[in-house]
Write a new protein. Sequence first.
Lengths: 329, 137, 427
Amino acid sequence: MLLSHLTRNLRFNSGATWCRKFSRTVLALNDTKNVSKYAMFFDKRVQHILTDITGRDEEKIYRPRYRDTAKPTYRLVTDKELEKLKSDAEEKIQKTLQIPPVLDEKPDVNVILSKDEALAEHDQFNYVFTDISYNIPHEKRTVTVREKDGTLRLATNDEHKRMIQVYFPGEGRKHYMPNMFTEKHLERLLEEGEYEYILDRACVQFDPDETDYIRVTRRVYEYIADRSDFMKLYSTRHFGAAAFFLTVQKNIDSFIAVLINSNLLHSAKSLIDVYYMVHNQEQGLPKEWSNLSDEEAIMMFAKQEAKDGSRIELALQVYKENVEREMSS
Amino acid sequence: MPRFGLNVGLAIRLARRGCTNRPFYHIIVQNAHRNPDTGKVLEEIGSYDPMVNRYKEKLVSVNFDRLKFYYASGATIHKDVSHLLGLSGFFPISPKTIIDAQRNREKLAAGEKLNDEPPELLLHETLKSEIEKKRTE
Amino acid sequence: MAAPIKNVFSLLLRRNFGNSSINSRLSFIASSESRIIGNPYCLHNLKNVNFSQKRAATFFNKIDAENLWKGVVSVSAAGKKRGRGKRVGRKKVTDLNRGQVMGVGKANIEWPGLNSPIMKGKEVLRRKQLPPNPDYAAEIIRLRDSMSRIRHPGLSPLLRGFSGNRFPGQSVGPPDPIGDYSFEGFDTIVLEFKLVANMTGTLGRKQRFSAFVVTGNKNGLAGFGLGKSVKGKSAIRIAKNRAALQLRYINRFENHTVFHNMFEQNKSSKLYIYKKEKGHGLKCHRVISKICNLIGITDLHCKVEGSSANVQAITTAFFNALQKQETHQQLADRMNYHLVEQRAEHDWLPRVVASPSHNSVQEKSYRNEEDIDGSFERIYFDGKVHYQPQKRSPFWTKLKTWEKKCKNVAYQRNQPKAQILREAGLA
C-alpha cells in the first residue's frame, strides 16, 4: 500500500518553472566577481547541446511507468490528425525530458532583524511566523523566527522550506526527508542500479539548490561515472544533468568513452564543446575547432585536456576497427 | 481610544480548534459579541500551534494582507493575538510579553522551573527509534 | 507365615459380606497398609480399614470384544433402510493394540534384550530409566483415532470445480494421444455433466450421461466437444477426444486479451465481450472464465444476457466471437484510417498500431467522439448496449441507525492510513 501511495505521488516538478526561477538567482550571482561554473548551465548554447545529447530512444521513452491501470484507448485518425497527435506528444516528451538544473548550493540566510534583551526567556521555545498571504511566490515569503533569547531573525533555508511544505504542501513531497536519501539506504539503491528512481524522487522531494539535493544527485552522478553506467540514463531527463555536472568536475573521460562505444561520436564532440565553454571561458574554443571532424576533435581533446586520454583513444580505436570491419564485410 | 471605520464591531482573536489534550488555534475574524469557539466566523486569517514540533518550534501563520485590511478598517485585536504579532515583528512588543519574560527570568534566577516544560518524548520520535531498532536487529 | 493370618481375616469377613472376591481384594489392602507401617501382617495395625464393595462381573467381562464393538458400530435394520452408516460419521472397529510395542510403555525404560541390545561392544548393558516421553500417550490415541475415521481423497480447493465434488469445472487431464501426437501442455475442463434420457420402444426410459468439455493448451489452441455414454467417465472421455479433433487457433491481442469489444449470440445466450488492460483479470461467467484459462486469455470482461444457464450455447457463442475477431491491421485496411493507441503506462503518448497497407488514408475525419456508436469501443456492438440495472443500496442504509453509526465512526475514517504513515516514519 505504501509503495503504491509513493508511486502515485511521484509526479515531476515542471522543469520550465525551475529554469525561470533559478536562472534569475544565477543572473544575480553573475554580478559578483566569483562566478560559479555551474552558472553556465543556463547558457543557451549549453542548454541546446545538453538537450541534444539526451537522445530520443523510443523504447526508453515508451517504457512502462507506474500508473493506475486503465484500459488503452484507440482512435481512427487521418494523416492530419495523426500529425497533430504527434506534435502534442512531442511537447509532452520535451516537458518530461527537461533537464533539472545543476546549481551551486544556496547561500545560507543569516539576517538578524532585531535583538531585544527585555524579551529574553519569554518562552521555552522558538516561534516561527509564516506569511501565508495569497499571490506571493514561495521563495519570497517572509518567514521569521523569534528565538528564546528575544532575537528576531529571518528563517534559515531549511526552516523556510519546512514552513512552505507545512502551509503549502507540494504534491509527492514528504515533510521529512524519506529514508532512502540517507547514506545507508542510498548506497543500497545505487548498488541495485535504481539511478532514475533516486533522481526522479530527489526532484520531487528537494529544490535543486538544496544541500540534500546536491548531495544525493552528485553522489549518483559520481557513482555512475565510476561504473561507466551512463547509458542507463540515456533518453531520460537526467542524462544532460549528469553530463554537465561531470563536465564541470573535469571527469568526462569515461563519459566520452561510453558515448564513443555507443556510436554517439557527435554527442561526444558536443560534450567537449561544453567542456571548453565552461573551463576556457575567456579563450573560447580551440583554433579551427569547427573545421575538425568528430574523431579528430575527440583525439585532440584526449591529448590536450583529458585526464585519462588513453582510455578515450582506445575507445576511438575500437570504433574505427568496427567501422572498417563493417565496410569490408 | 475610539476606533472608526468599516468593521468597528469586529474582533481578531484566537479560536480553539483542536481536540482534547491537543490544542490548536485559528486566528479568526468575527463579530465581537460572538463566541470565538462556537460562533460564526467571518474569515480565518491564520493559525497558531502551541504544541512544539520535533524541531522544538511553535508555528504561527498569518495572512498579513487580510490582517492589515481588517486592522485598518477598525477591527480590534485580542491580546493573545497581539502578543503573537508582537513577537513576529509585525506589531510593537505587547506589554504582556515583556512582563512574562521578566517573570520567567526571575523564576529561573531563583532556580525554579517554568510552567510549560517540553513534552518528554514526542510520539513519532519514539516510534521512529523503535523502528530503527527493529531494522538494525 | 502370612497365609494363616490372611485366611483367618478373610474368613471373618466372608461371613459379613459373603463375597468370594474379597480374598484377593483384602490382600491388596493389607499389603498397602504394610508398606506404611513396616510390619506386614500385624492385625492390630488394620484398625481403620475402609471396605468398599466391588463386583467383578461387569458389562465388560460378560460380553466379548466382538459383541461390544458390534454395539458401537452396527446400524439397526431400520437405520440401514434409511441409508445410515454409509458415509461420513460412520464408526469403524478399532484395533486398540495398534501402536503398542512390547517393552515400550508409559515409563520410558530401556530393557536390554527386550527393546534394546544386550551387549554394547564388550559391555553388558543394564536396565536404564530414560527421561519420560510425554508424547507417547498422545501418539497412541492419535493412531487409534486415525483408524476410526473414514478418509476422503479430497481435492484441493483450486481443483474442486464449480461446486462440491462434481465434475463441472474440474480438470480431467489432456486428451488421449492420436497416433504419435500426444497432447502435451493440454488440459481439459468439464463444463457440463448431466443425465439425459430418451424413450425407446423396447427399453423405455433409457438414461445416459452427457459431458460437455473444453480442451486447450493455454496458448491460443482450444476446442470443445460433447460426449454421451451410459457410463459417466466414458462420456467424458468421448467428449474430450472429440474436443481434441476440433481444435482451432484463437488470435489474441498481445497474448492476454481479445482485439476489441464484441457482441455474439447463440440461441438466446447473448455475450457482450469487452477488451481489458493487463492486470484486469477475468470478470465473466464461470464457463467463459474456464474457457479463457484454457485459451490463455487473462484479461477480459464479459456480460452474458438472456440464457446464462445454457452452457453449450454460451461456449459456442464465445468461440464464434473469438473466431470472428478482426486484427488492428484488418480494421485499418477496412476503414482506411490510422489506428492510434494510447496507454496509461505510457502517459497516454500516442502510438500508431496499424495503418492502411493498400489504400491511402481517408481525408475526412472519422467520427470518434461525436457519435458514440462510431467509437472504437462500440464499433463492433452494432448499436447494442448491455443491460445495466440500477444498483440498489442495501436496505439498512435507509435506517436511522445506519446514519447514526456513520456519524459515530466518521472520526476514525483516516486512522488506518495515518497509522501506516506514522509507523513508516513519514508523518
